[in-house]
Design a protein around this ligand. Structure first.
Ligand SMILES: C[S@@+](CC[C@H](N)C(=O)[O-])C[C@H]1O[C@@H](n2cnc3c(N)ncnc32)[C@H](O)[C@@H]1O
Length: 289
């Protein structure tokens, strides 16, 4: 064996024990994910290579990542990716990690597009982050054009990479700015997953979220509704007369969001629940009178 090299099994054991000390729930499983990531192998590949040896640089890299994970840095930031809508998205510390709950918005927007819209669909994503919503929609709607806005230039760079990764870059346009202020009408589909955690709820968040995900993607004032309030006028100004808004809702914030948007000339058509049964997506159109 080369000096400093150890077997895959021993490397996994060492990493698992660091993770267990940090209180990570499934240390062996997560150690495997980290090692597969570093070694550029699948987890299945690792299973058949247990007796193989790992040289020192790989062992050191695994130990460094296991230490970061033991301090509760999210796995997605360590591997640099997260799956959403069946696609692998690049993520960095500048972006929120895509959540399965947000697939409720994609599902609802696609249903609307396929049943009510025809060609030349224009999609706007306000607070585009990693681009997971916009890129997923563009993949599913091959003739649509997409526009993504974010205040964070670093997040927009990641969204651009994801649009390239999934071959929709020629139909994706990104803008830095605050919500829809710099844009002109009209969009047929507007999706938005704005921040909606109340400032006072920070202590209740998991350390993975509170200590690592970008604060500007999470927090929205004393009641969690500041972003809904700020977005409402842009949503009604930018929505086409035949279009719909698909707004992500924080748990228990549906009525307040509907109230704020109705003050700006929008009417709620439906509220959709996510797989956990929580009201997650408010669907709005322009009021007619
Ligand atoms: C909850 S994250 C959603 C990211 C992505 N759409 C998703 O669903 O994973 C909210 C995003 O809104 C952006 N944001 C916050 N305030 C903003 C503002 N005033 N104007 C534009 N974007 C804003 C944040 O930078 C962040 O990327």
């Amino acid at each position: 064996m080369i000096a400093g090299a150890i077997s895959v099994e021993d490397a996994l054991r060492q990493a698992s024990s660091l993770l267990a000390e940090g209180g990570i729930e499934k240390p062996r499983h997560e150690a495997r994910i980290l090692l597969a990531h570093i070694a550029g192998m699948t987890r299945e590949g690792l299973l058949v290579q247990h007796a193989q040896t790992l040289d020192r640089p790989l062992v050191d890299a695994l130990t460094a990542l296991a230490r970061r994970r033991a301090a509760h840095e999210p796995m997605a930031y360590l591997t640099g990716e997260r799956e959403f809508w069946g696609l692998s998205f690049e993520v960095t510390r500048a972006t929120l990690i895509p959540r399965p709950d947000s697939e409720t918005l994609v599902e609802a927007a696609l249903e609307f597009a396929r049943s009510r819209l025809e060609a030349n669909i224009r999609i706007l994503d306000l607070g585009v982050g990693s681009g997971c919503l916009l890129v997923s929609l563009l993949r599913e709607l091959p003739s649509a054009e997409g526009y993504g806005v974010d205040r964070s230039v670093a997040a927009l760079n990641v969204a651009q990479c994801n649009a390239e990764r999934h071959n929709v870059i020629s139909r994706a346009h990104f803008f830095a700015g605050s919500w829809g202020q710099a844009l002109s009408p009209a969009f047929d589909i507007i999706v938005a997953n704005p921040p909606y955690v109340a400032d006072g709820e920070r202590a209740e968040l998991m350390p993975e979220v509170a200590n690592y995900e970008p604060a500007e993607a999470l927090f929205a004032g004393a009641r969690g509704d500041d972003a809904y309030r700020a977005l409402a006028p842009d949503l009604s100004r930018l929505l086409s007369p035949v279009g719909r808004v698909f707004l992500e809702l924080g748990a228990g914030l549906g009525a307040q969001a509907a109230n704020l948007l109705s003050g700006a000339g929008l009417v709620e058509c439906e509220r959709r629940r996510d797989l956990a049964g929580i009201e997650r997506c408010g669907i709005f159109e322009l009021a007619t009178d």
